[in-house]
Design a protein around this ligand. Structure first.
Ligand code: FPP
Length: 277
């Protein structure tokens, strides 16, 4: 957080948002569904791929701002298993952009202590993309300031299925299949995102009220924030606003808000009955 404030010059319009953030209550893990690249391009009468190109800058800015703030994990939805249904030329542009990003950003990732991890069914990626990814993942594996999970050829349902199948396979290999019992902890520890904590905040751009098969297990108690801003327009101020909104939420995890904890039902009823209408 201190690091972010130091980079903001007096008079920077983002300073007001940054100063309003409580550094002791930052989300440890932010996940983002980056949506709206195509609409951004359509509105400018540009081809859809121009929207994807314009989406690279916000990826870079979001990673940098999260690192400066002190967020520990950032998970970005870059390509879903369903995205293969798009025209081949669009899919190929996405691979090109990803390779360009990885090549260009490696020095900055290293300088800023950012570790990159890829999550999804990576075997199905074109070989040059997979190789580039593997080399950046390996090169940044000792960085500890921020972990960026890039979800590529990702599906939340496939992730759960892969976890279950790998648990079964391990048990079979160890001859423990008969006694196998899967609980939440065992399943969670076999997800692609393990051992990261679940996202505290899930942001979706472009106003769509959908989860789109993203982190289905992990977002059970994440706070959701949907903005109408299209991904290519998502900037530092937008991220800070989402975090501020998150800090106003009362996270109850199915329990009661802090004010009601530890009080008997009678005490609570007396308060409700006695309170003015
Ligand atoms: C959704 O917009 C976006 C994607 C499917 C791809 C995300 C890719 C980027 C942000 C570009 C670069 C990424 C990296 C990691 C370097 P959409 O095409 O579904 O938009 P629409 O809903 O308006 O059509």
């Amino acid at each position: 957080m201190k690091d972010l404030l130091e980079t903001l010059q007096p008079g920077d319009p983002d300073l007001e948002w940054a100063n309003a953030i409580d550094p002791t209550r930052l989300p440890a893990h932010i996940a983002i569904i980056m949506d709206g690249n195509g609409r951004w391009a359509n509105r400018r009468s540009l081809p859809r791929v121009a929207g994807h190109r314009a989406g690279v800058g916000p990826v870079r800015n979001t990673v940098e701002t999260c690192a400066r703030l002190g967020v520990k994990v950032l998970t970005l939805y870059a390509f879903s298993e369903e995205n293969w249904k798009r025209p081949r030329a669009e899919v190929e542009t996405l691979w090109r952009l990803l390779r360009y990003y990885l090549k260009k950003e490696l020095p900055d990732l290293q300088r800023n202590g950012i570790r990159l991890q890829a999550i999804g069914r990576l075997d199905a990626l074109p070989a040059p993309v997979r190789r580039e990814l593997e080399s950046v993942v390996e090169a940044t594996s000792r960085n500890r300031r921020l972990l960026v999970n890039l979800a590529i050829n990702y599906s939340g349902r496939s992730e759960i299925l892969d976890a279950v199948n790998s648990i079964i396979e391990n048990a079979r290999r160890q001859g423990r299949l008969d006694a196998l019992h899967i609980d939440e902890q065992l399943l969670a520890s076999n997800l692609y995102t393990a051992p990261s904590p679940d996202p505290d905040l899930l942001i979706r751009t472009s106003g769509e009220m959908r989860i789109s098969n993203f982190l289905l297990w992990q977002i059970a108690y994440s706070e959701l924030y949907v903005t109408d801003t299209l991904w290519p327009d998502f900037n530092r101020a937008e991220l800070l606003k989402a975090i501020l909104d998150y800090q106003k939420r009362d996270r109850r995890y199915g329990g009661l808000s802090n004010g009601w904890h530890g009080r008997s039902t009678e005490e609570q009823l007396i308060e409700v009955i006695a309170s003015p209408q």
